[in-house]
Design a protein around this ligand. Sequence first.
Ligand code: UD1
Ligand code: CA
Length: 457
Amino acid sequence: MTNNSALAIILAAGKGTRMKSERPKVLHRLAGATLLAHALRAAKGAGLDRLAVVLSPGMDEVGAAASALDPALEIFVQAEQLGTADAVKAARRAFEEFPGQVLILYGDTPLLRAETIGRVRAELEAGADLVVIGFETENPTGYGRLLLDDRGGLIGIREEKDASEEERALTLCNSGIMGFRSGKTLLNLLGRIGNDNAKKEFYLTDAVALARADRLEARIVQSSAAEVLGVNSRGELAQAEAVMQQRLRDAVMADGATLVAPETVFLSHDTRIGRDVVIEPHVVIGERVVIEDGATIKSFCYMQDSRIGQGATVGPFARLRPGADLAKDAHVGNFVEIKQSEIGEGAKVNHLTYIGDTTVGPRANIGAGTVTCNYDGFAKHRTEIGAGAFVGSNTSLVAPVKIGEGAYIGSGSVISKDVAPDALALSRSPQEERPGWAAKMRERRSRKPKSSGNKGT
Ligand code: UD1
Ligand code: CA
């Protein structure tokens, strides 16, 4: 790949009406990241180091999101949506004097891989002036068709609405993604594109025929139809999600994780999973999750923004909320929720428990039904549980509170004061016992006549 600087212009001025959404189309999400973020990731992955995005007026939310993803990204506004060539023209300041390659990408094509953009760049490097990504499909309706000469050379692109019967029968289509040798090449061609066509739009696709007329060389890089799928509706968003999930699963399996039923495990664009991790069926992993080597995630877990340390075990039926940080060999069992808490090495939180805003020391054991009462209706408070402490079942820990190392909490306690290391604390009411009481009670009841409404018991 070339060392020279290269520019990506990402077109995203389209309104995305068919999404039927208040949210701009390119801010809809796939595997946790916006469509726009996926386009930027692919561009950067292919070494496109200068990024520009074209929006329509009023898309400030998209502009803000784009800047948040990359502060150096340049934002251009296309005043009116007069077609793809006009959209590119809106970014003229970015490319007119740009000496390197210029790639035109779409903001709504999130499955395009960096490798494929890399193939376009390689063709430009090898001497092409213009490269188009094309794909074969059985159902070409709506796409521009690639027109070839008898030697298979690309001579033009015909939009569906302008195509003859014969041209409509062609199945090699335009993805819309194009590369130009330099900003100057693009500028020269763009200046001559008119709007004398069925839609009265300025078609970027006309650049191909103009290039041919100039004796420039136009080439095709072919990709699969799936890779250049444009998202225009919720249905297509779901289709793209399915493809993305499959890719993410394949990648973690290739890196040495076992997914028992991959089609039931949902990952995020940034999920990091180590070797010999086992993920059982039906697990949902949100953004910013790291699962280290040898950890096991049992069925029906939901997690986000968490770290699961080496060899740790989670689930079945566990929920890790943001800030859950499980050290090596920690155990988090069924019906346990952890939020903003560190669970120390080898510590166990196995059953029916809520741990929030807490530090659990190494090897501590948290009994079934323990609840950290971290919220008083106004503010959150922390709980600290020392190394090796034992918290009996059904304990409420009223934060802020500290349980010293090695301390022991009797079951059923409500702990609202700090407990010293190695002490026993318990707060339950003393047990009473009345010998023979139950037998006497049964005696008494059996002598009374049975009430009519209580037959048979
Ligand atoms: C375009 C191509 C067509 C190709 C198809 C692939 C042209 C003339 N046609 O058609 O050959 O098969 O994509 O999906 O290029 N956009 C703007 N401003 C505009 C118009 C479009 O920013 O004024 C952006 C859209 O947001 C979108 C992209 O450009 O990201 C494509 O626009 P769209 O209207 O979907 O193009 P098609 O007519 O589908
Ligand atoms: Ca389209």
